[in-house]
Design a protein around this ligand. Structure first.
Ligand SMILES: *Cc1c(COP(=O)(O)O)cnc(C)c1O
Length: 392
């Protein structure tokens, strides 16, 4: 059915579930919990998986399948499973593939809830987790144990925008026969395809750039067919399904992902360049600024630098709070990856419960500001940041 040899960006637009008798141009919403059969034999065959007929929306649904097919095309993946949120994707991509007694290596700067999984929840089930400071490759080698089964990484990381070398980690995973699992949320499939560097599993919070307009939660796991099959069966029986409505929104959103991401990246790079050297700012970090510590890795594995930048205010925590209060256009909200630019100050919000040393351990300096650059007219975003800098 699906035409071969088309560019992933074309497939993100043209992949479509079969039209109904109405011959609609745009995919309709299949808001149904189950599907009917003409005969007992048809139903038997569907349950025996002799056909790929839909049975029940916890198992599959046309809107969900369309969304999954598009992300598989964009990531170069064999198969995929959609989930109700990004964390459901992260959790199921791990939990479905490991058992009690296995060991998982994580990069230390993973997303907050992933960090909680590794430190608080997975160990309860006898799954050993080691968090590794990624700067030095010797740390990775030292973390390997005889029962190591998976390596889970994120790049660029949040909020420090550290870049991990996917090519090196791909070879490392192969050497020790580890399942290589990547959270590719910050880069999106438009900018970076971890499977090309050896990843077995890639997951996304579709809530962020994929939706891109701050409307729905969603997640997706794609990768090798045999691993995805295990994850699918686990999800089918435990029920973290993506709703048809959210899948319909997300599938439509993918049609514009490439153009949106290009503009987000261009705006972010220009703002990062303009802020570098500002008298109130200690340093600016953005993957495609040559001053970024892993700039060479970023340009090797990403086609653009992404929509997030961060900087450290010279005035520390108090300046961070003043900066946030002085913003007139940028939103103060914990989300990212929206058409609307968003600012956050981790030291006084997401990481405020940690002690100062603990914050520094995870890279949260007192004056750190993270900006998710939106699609507003660039001068308006920049001027809002500049006027807020004047007031802190
Ligand atoms: C937001 C986010 C998640 C979790 O996604 P939800 O959709 O909020 O569950 C996971 N990883 C990264 C990198 C994120 O930014």
């Amino acid at each position: 059915m699906q035409p071969k040899k088309l560019h992933p960006q074309t497939l993100a637009i043209r992949t479509q579930t079969t039209r109904t008798n109405e011959m609609e141009h745009s995919t309709p919403l299949f808001l149904t919990s189950s599907f009917t059969f003409d005969t007992a034999e048809d139903m038997r065959a569907a349950f025996a998986e002799e056909t790929d007929d839909n049975i029940y929306s916890r198992y599959s649904n046309p809107n969900v399948d369309e969304f999954v097919s598009k992300v598989c095309a964009m990531e170069g993946a064999e198969a995929g499973v959609a989930t109700a949120s990004g964390m459901a994707a992260v959790f199921n991509s791990i939990f479905a593939l490991v058992k009690s007694g296995d060991h998982i290596i994580f990069c230390s700067s993973v997303f907050g809830s992933t960090h909680a999984l590794a430190t608080k929840f997975l160990p309860k089930y006898g799954i050993e987790c080691t968090l590794v400071a990624s700067e030095d490759t010797a740390n990775w080698e030292a973390a390997v144990k005889p029962n190591s089964r998976m390596i889970f990484v994120e790049t660029p990381t949040n909020p420090q925008l550290e870049i991990l070398d996917l090519e090196w980690i791909g070879q490392f995973a192969k050497k020790y026969k580890l399942i290589f699992n990547v959270d590719n949320c910050f880069a999106t499939p438009v900018l970076q395809n971890p499977i090309a560097w050896g990843a077995d599993i890639v997951n996304h919070s579709a809530t962020k750039w994929m939706d891109g307009q701050g409307r729905v939660l969603g997640g997706i796991i794609v990768g090798k067919a045999d691993l995805i099959r295990e994850i699918y069966l686990f999800c089918r029986n435990t029920g973290p399904s993506l709703s048809p409505f959210n899948a319909w929104v997300l599938s439509k959103s993918l049609e514009t992902l490439a153009v949106r991401i290009e503009k987000h990246c261009n705006n972010a790079l220009e703002i990062a360049k303009k802020l570098e050297g500002h008298p109130k700012i200690k340093w600016v970090r953005y993957p495609f600024l040559p001053s970024h510590p892993q700039y060479n890795i970023a340009i090797k594995q990403m086609s653009k630098g992404g929509g997030v930048l961060c900087f450290e205010l010279l005035g520390g925590k108090q300046s961070g709070i003043q900066f946030m209060d002085a913003l007139e256009i940028l939103s103060l909200t914990p989300n990212l990856g929206d058409t609307r630019s968003i600012a956050s100050h981790p030291a006084s919000t997401t990481h405020s419960k940690l002690k100062e040393e603990e914050r520094l351990d995870v890279g949260i300096t007192p004056g750190l500001i993270r900006i998710s650059v939106g699609l507003e007219f660039i001068d308006d975003i920049l001027n809002d940041i500049l006027q807020a800098l004047d007031k802190c």
